[in-house]
Design a protein around this ligand. Structure first.
Ligand code: DC
Length: 233
């Protein structure tokens, strides 16, 4: 995966700690928006690794490939041409930012992101990107696997009910008529899948600091992370 912006340099950092803030946590906790805002406040770049798994799931779906087609899967993964710029993600040059949010991709991405071969390819791309500058990166395994030497690790949580309420309001704002219990059940299903998979399950890194955002506004979460990062530089 290439990045289309100019990369900043890592001047002033020690070799052991990467100038990188890792923000991990469950679905629907607001990681992507928080990550973008924290990056904007610091003048750093942001990387949404969930969007990369979604784009991989979309590519598989479009190719009509299942995870069991070993050789074809490996061919597809070796030629996976992803790029991210601001809020947009490109697959072979096509802007797929909308397409990766479809219900179909949301359903398919859970097994795709649990596949060790998919993770190997995407983790490798993420490490290459993160080595090139100052980044705020969100995902599930950023602090535990991808960037264990990040200078700041946040594990962002919120109760399932608080996350479902936010998601429910988002869907209503888009003109949909969601059922709260269905939204909550879907989040709980994704939590279970993310936490119980064999490869890189969602969990808090031993050196991450946990922030429960159930009763906090987005601005309060962003302020907290920026202050935490600045205090520990
Ligand atoms: O954050 P999201 O809902 O866009 O993530 C999409 C999927 O990718 C979700 O099933 C979790 C998975 N994921 C992952 O396994 N590891 C990451 N670093 C990021 C996302």
């Amino acid at each position: 995966m290439e990045r289309r912006d100019a990369a900043h340099q890592n001047e002033g950092m020690t070799a052991s700690a990467l100038p990188l803030i890792a923000i991990d946590g469950p679905s629907g906790v607001g990681k992507s928006t928080t990550t973008r805002r924290v990056a904007a406040r610091l003048g750093w770049q942001h990387l949404d690794t969930g969007a990369m798994y979604r784009a991989a799931a979309l590519a598989l779906h479009r190719a009509g490939l299942g995870l069991e087609n070993r050789e074809s899967l490996e061919d597809l993964l070796s030629g996976l041409d992803l790029a991210q710029q601001d809020r947009h993600i490109f697959l072979r040059g096509e802007d797929v930012s909308e397409a990766i949010r479809s219900q179909e991709v949301t359903r398919l991405v859970t097994p795709v992101s649990a596949d060790a071969r998919v993770r190997e390819v995407l983790v490798d791309q993420q490490r290459r990107i993160g080595a090139s500058g100052r980044w705020v990166v969100d995902g599930r395994d950023i602090g535990t696997v991808v960037f264990t030497n990040a200078c700041c690790k946040i594990f962002l949580t919120a109760s399932p009910e608080a996350r479902a309420r936010r998601r429910f309001l988002e869907l209503q704002a888009k003109g949909q008529s969601p059922v709260f219990e269905a939204v909550l059940a879907d989040l709980q299903r994704r939590d279970l899948a993310d936490r119980s998979r064999a490869v890189a399950p969602l969990c808090k890194a031993a050196d991450a600091v946990e922030l429960d955002s159930s009763d906090l506004s987005l601005e309060e979460v962003v302020d907290w992370i920026v202050a935490r990062h600045q205090a520990h530089r």
